[in-house]
Design a protein around this ligand. Structure first.
Ligand code: NDP
Length: 234
């Protein structure tokens, strides 16, 4: 049966692959981004996740188009990497506001409809560095670690209504976000990955669709690493 799915940041990269995987399953998929693009077959909605009014307007549009959101994938995210002493208040605040507060805004709004439906799946896209730490990414790692606490609190708060909240923690995945890293840095990362390669966006998408499947409703508060073994033990 077709379900109502919303993927934030679904116009490119990991979010796009997630949207395409749900579309391939026959779900009704809405995709938000700042630009408003979407893969073919998805409902494109412009949304700035740092703006609560924009989030509200996007949910209203999605609900009018395909009904209340049953599966939310909070994927939109940014980096503003620099060493801690050079990190400005703005570098810190913009990453926290997009990655952590943006995920809070969409999860809160989605939970409203899910509570009425008495079912739902909330999936946050975190990162291996949220648990491992990473030099130059104090803001980003903090935002991604915060998603774990948020998901686990939501899992406890909403579990009695059959709403699950889980985290997927990707390792280094080939997208625009990692393409900007210098080649030496990419090679150094690959050396630390037991599988010796970067991951594909499709490999993240399959973990997300698994967490949203009809028969995985007993998985909640979990952190699923999809990182080639990079974060083992965390
Ligand atoms: P991209 O940079 O390719 O895409 C980021 C997406 O987020 C875009 O769709 C972008 O929309 C959207 N976005 C960013 N800021 C906002 C905002 N303020 N409001 C609305 N949408 C916004 O990233 P990836 O696909 O690589 O990453 C997706 C997620 O996966 C991120 O949360 C990232 O932190 C996480 N991740 C990525 C890893 C990787 O190796 N690539 C590893 C671990 C985690 P627009 O096009 O309009 O700018």
């Amino acid at each position: 049966m077709s379900r109502s799915v919303l993927v934030t940041g679904g116009n490119r990269g990991i979010g796009r692959a997630i949207a395409e995987a749900f579309l391939a399953q026959g779900d009704a998929v809405a995709v938000t981004s700042r630009s408003g693009d979407a893969p073919e077959g998805a409902f494109a909605v412009p949304c700035e996740v740092t703006d609560p009014e924009s989030v509200e307007a996007a949910f209203a549009a999605v609900e009018a188009h395909q009904g209340p959101v049953e599966i939310l994938v909070a994927n939109a995210g940014i980096t503003r990497d620099t060493l801690v002493l050079r990190m400005t208040e703005d570098d810190w605040a913009s990453v926290i506001d997009t990655n952590l507060s943006g995920s809070f805004r969409v999860a809160k709004r989605a939970a409203k409809g899910m509570l009425r439906l008495r079912r739902g799946r909330i999936i946050f896209i975190s990162s291996v560095v949220g648990l491992l730490g990473s030099p130059g990414q104090v803001n980003y790692a903090a935002s991604k670690a915060g998603l774990v606490g948020m998901a686990r609190s939501l899992a406890r708060e909403l579990g009695s209504r059959s709403i699950t909240a889980n985290v997927v923690a990707p390792g280094f995945i080939e997208t625009d976000m990692t393409a900007v890293l210098p080649e030496e840095q990419q090679a150094a990362y690959k050396d630390q990955i037991p599988l010796g390669r970067m991951g594909s966006t499709e490999e993240i998408a399959s973990a997300v669709t698994w967490l949203a499947a009809d028969n995985t409703g007993y998985v909640t508060g979990a952190v699923i690493p999809v990182d080639g073994g990079l974060g083992m033990g965390h």
